[in-house]
Design a protein around this ligand. Structure first.
Ligand SMILES: Cc1cc2nc3c(=O)[nH]c(=O)nc-3n(C[C@H](O)[C@H](O)[C@H](O)COP(=O)(O)OP(=O)(O)OC[C@H]3O[C@@H](n4cnc5c(N)ncnc54)[C@H](O)[C@@H]3O)c2cc1C
Length: 395
């Protein structure tokens, strides 16, 4: 064996899992080519922040992260039945913040730095072929071959590992594209994230340190393309209009991204000595900051199960280990995927009862304090999945 475990893919989900395994003393190899630029930001919910603190990654993130103390939802549709504005305040559930927003480049730099400090073995080339048999997994890469007991597929939505495991997935493509960019603005955001719900999808401003915010603007693909070709000043004016001048005059920073949106779920999280984490297992549209938070819970849960197996002198790629991982991830992934998908479809549809249902739900959330608090607690610390790392314990 080259190592006990190979993590294929160096995105945030894979690196968190690899770092947790290395700290637990599991012989881990990362197979990942250098990443291209990613101008997006991630709203990390409190559990994810706790996990990064526990792994010794957060200290380097903190200077680049902005707390999210309040989250406001505004129905910005022009429909007959509109939902009331809802404000979630972290103080209501005794927290200083729901989480923190950070640019992906800073998050990845902090993860890379921690991986280097732990001297995590790394092959900086993509996996070219992955094949599992009864005794292990063989991974071919540009520099040769690695043989491991367990391969962790953290290789994103077009996962080679998922295909190698024979795991199928269900994918639905939305008629939506997210335009992402960061911007400066004249008024302070007051640590409040604002999500405008429009007929084409959410338009979300999330705080960054200082008078800066990140924007995820979900549009039909044509409009997204049109906006993306605008000059900085013209786009800033357009965005200010769409934000109803909430944050005053805006200036767009260099670096924009366009992301066609889809929802996708793998039919299993693990099979044949291959386990999936992050977007290899599930893709969600960017509503309510669920995607990577779910991916980090995958990585934390898997690291915990593998470390336990190793402590019990078990084969870390054994069917019982994979069955435990499958069982522990199913409900969390399913419930988030369904909730986000339903919310997104309720914005897109012209079906009036769906608007009424969304409006009624948000009305009840606004009016019934215990319901609102329960929803906030569930968002920050899901009852269905609280791996040790998210509780501040090592795996
Ligand atoms: C517009 C937008 C905004 C978002 N905002 C949020 C947010 O606020 N909060 C949140 O929680 N989530 C958010 N998400 C979701 C989040 O970005 C993703 O869940 C996250 O990036 C997925 O991370 P990952 O590590 O699973 O995959 P990726 O980041 O896709 O990483 C996969 C890695 O695998 C590598 N790879 C691929 N093939 C191979 C191979 N054969 N061999 C080796 N390596 C390989 C790739 O090069 C890549 O580096 C957002 C998504 C979008 C589109």
């Amino acid at each position: 064996m080259t190592a006990e475990v190979a993590v294929v893919g160096g995105g945030p989900a894979g690196l968190v899992c690899a770092i947790a395994l290395a700290i637990a003393g599991v012989d881990t190899l990362v197979i990942a080519p250098p990443r291209g630029a990613d101008n997006r930001t991630t709203a990390l919910l409190a559990g994810s922040v706790t996990a990064l603190q526990t792994l010794g990654v957060w200290e380097q993130c903190l200077p680049h992260a902005a707390p999210l103390r309040k989250i406001r939802l505004i129905d910005d549709t022009t429909r007959l039945l509109r939902a009331p504005e809802v404000l979630f305040d972290a103080a209501e559930i005794g927290l200083e913040a729901f989480g923190h927003n950070i640019e992906n480049r800073h998050l990845l730099a902090a993860l890379e730095a921690r991986a280097a400090e732990l001297k995590l073995a790394r092959i900086t080339a993509p996996a070219l072929a992955v094949e599992s048999d009864e005794a292990g997994v063989t991974i071919e890469h540009a520099g040769g071959t690695a043989r491991v007991l367990l391969a962790i597929g953290a290789d994103g939505a077009r996962s080679l590992c998922r295909a190698a495991a024979g795991i199928s997935s269900r994918r639905h493509t939305y008629p939506q594209t997210a335009l992402t960019l960061n911007l400066g603005h004249a008024r302070p955001h007051e640590d409040t994230s604002t999500e405008f719900h429009t007929e084409s999808g959410p338009f979300t401003l999330v705080p960054l340190p200082g008078r800066r915010s990140s924007l995820v603007c979900v549009l039909d693909p044509e409009t997204a393309q049109d906006l993306n070709t605008m000059t900085g000043p013209a786009l800033a004016e357009e965005i200010e209009g769409r934000a109803h001048s909430l944050l005053g005059r805006m200036s767009v920073e260099p670096g924009r991204g366009l992301f066609p949106l889809a929802v996708e779920s793998a039919d299993a999280a693990a099979r044949a000595r291959i386990a999936l984490v992050g977007e290899a297992a599930h893709v969600l549209p960017p509503i309510g900051a669920q995607g990577l938070n779910l991916g980090l819970r995958d990585g934390a849960t898997l690291a915990e199960i593998v470390a336990d197996a190793r402590r019990g002198n078990m084969d870390v790629g054994a069917p019982e280990v994979l069955a435990r991982y499958n069982g522990q991830r199913r409900a969390d992934v399913m419930s988030r995927t369904v909730a986000v998908d339903v919310l997104n479809r309720s914005l897109l549809t012209g079906f009036i009862p769906a608007h009424a249902m969304r409006g009624l739900t948000l009305y009840l959330v606004d009016r019934i304090d215990p319901l609102r608090r329960a929803l906030m607690r569930e968002g920050v610390a899901p009852t269905l999945s609280q791996p040790r790392l998210m509780r501040g314990e090592t795996v």
